[in-house]
Design a protein around this ligand. Structure first.
Ligand code: PEP
Ligand code: MN
Length: 337
């Protein structure tokens, strides 16, 4: 249920609504807009009646939220959320580009790539230190040493760091180094991890699982929001279908639909969505045309030798081409880059 306060409602009127919510044993969630304050009532809606709130002074309207996700829904918050990552806004008119290798391999590799990424115009650096690999024999990431290398790259270039956490027990450590914490596709429904990250006040990049429905995707975001972390950016990274010529099927449809249903920003990952270096650029253009708030792109100085995801990693010169082509599309759809 959402309680919409009248524009210019007094502080004391807002306080009485909050008091009432707490008396019933539920949790209020306040969203103070420029025009008016909106208060979400989080919890079992059977515990109270609409009239208990609609009759309080200063209340304009009480609206039931029929969707299972509440805090993530656009009913709850009309304006698109803007998430600030190390000074870079995600969700505003400006598009964001996050680029870097799939894995942090060596200090030399990462620093070199960080400078390339910065020169190309990307605003944030990606790189995995904890890697969720299909094979237990494949490179699993450098762990804490990888995080230290990422921090060194931030120090040298000023680029904010986006890196994945796989387990709750590593969340504090990863949060110490990262500017934005990635929840990978495989962990989208790791509810324990989501609850832990809800309590951490670092921006989260939540990737869609390859078999998740849109509802499941937004419910995972709801775990983070209801846990207290409002800095959530969604990421479409491809879903599994019968198609065999790409690693996944890029579900571009989800981008405008998420925009309708949720106020959270959504970026696209054409690297994992396609699994093919040769189509990352056209699908990046497509994602921005569809309304994505930015891109996350895997880049490697020598894709053939990459420790992970070489097949889909673009070269530095391809990144430059991508940035200029995507910029043209961004302008065509009224966005800045
Ligand atoms: C990655 O970003 O390298 C990654 C493992 O992504 P996903 O979780 O989307 O597969
Ligand atoms: Mn990868």
């Amino acid at each position: 249920m959402i309680v919409v306060m009248k524009s210019g409602a007094k502080k004391s009127e807002i306080q009485s609504v909050l008091k009432k919510i707490k008396e019933i044993g539920l949790k209020p969630h306040v969203s103070a807009g420029i025009e008016r304050t909106i208060i979400g009532i989080i919890g079992d809606e059977r515990l109270f009646k609409k009239e208990q709130f609609s009759m309080l002074s200063g209340v304009e309207n009480v609206i039931p939220v029929l969707k299972p996700y509440k805090l993530a829904s656009r009913d709850f918050k009309k304006t698109t959320t803007v998430v600030n990552v190390n000074g870079v806004n995600i969700g505003g008119n400006n598009l964001v580009t996050i680029a870097g290798p799939c894995s942090v391999e060596t200090k030399e590799q990462l620093l070199k790539t960080a400078h390339i990424v910065k020169k190309a115009g990307a605003q944030l650096l990606r790189g995995g230190a904890y890697k969720p690999r299909t094979s237990p024999y494949a490179f699993q990431g450098l762990g804490k040493d990888g995080l230290k290398i990422l921090a060194a790259a931030r120090k040298e270039t000023g680029l904010g760091i986006v890196t994945e956490v796989m387990e709750s027990q590593d969340a504090e450590l990863v949060a110490e180094y990262a500017d934005m914490i990635q929840v990978g596709a495989r962990n989208m429904q790791n509810t324990k991890l989501l609850r832990t990250l809800g309590k951490i006040k670092k921006p989260i990049l939540l990737k869609r699982n390859f078999s998740a429905t849109l509802n499941e995707f937004l419910m995972s975001a709801e775990y983070l929001l209801s846990g207290g972390n409002e800095n959530v950016v969604l990421c479409e990274r491809g879903i599994r279908t019968f198609v065999e010529y790409t690693r996944n099927t890029f579900d571009l449809n989800v981008i405008p639909v998420v925009k309708q249903l949720s106020h959270l920003p959504i970026i696209a990952d054409p690297s994992h969505a396609t699994g093919r270096q040769d189509i990352v650029i056209p699908m990046s253009r497509a994602a921005i045309a569809a309304g994505a708030d930015g891109l996350i792109i895997e880049v490697h100085t020598n894709p053939a030798e990459a420790f992970s995801d070489g097949d889909q990693s673009i070269t530095p010169s391809m990144l430059e081409q991508l940035m200029s082509e995507v910029q043209a599309v961004a302008h065509a759809v009224g966005r800045e880059m």
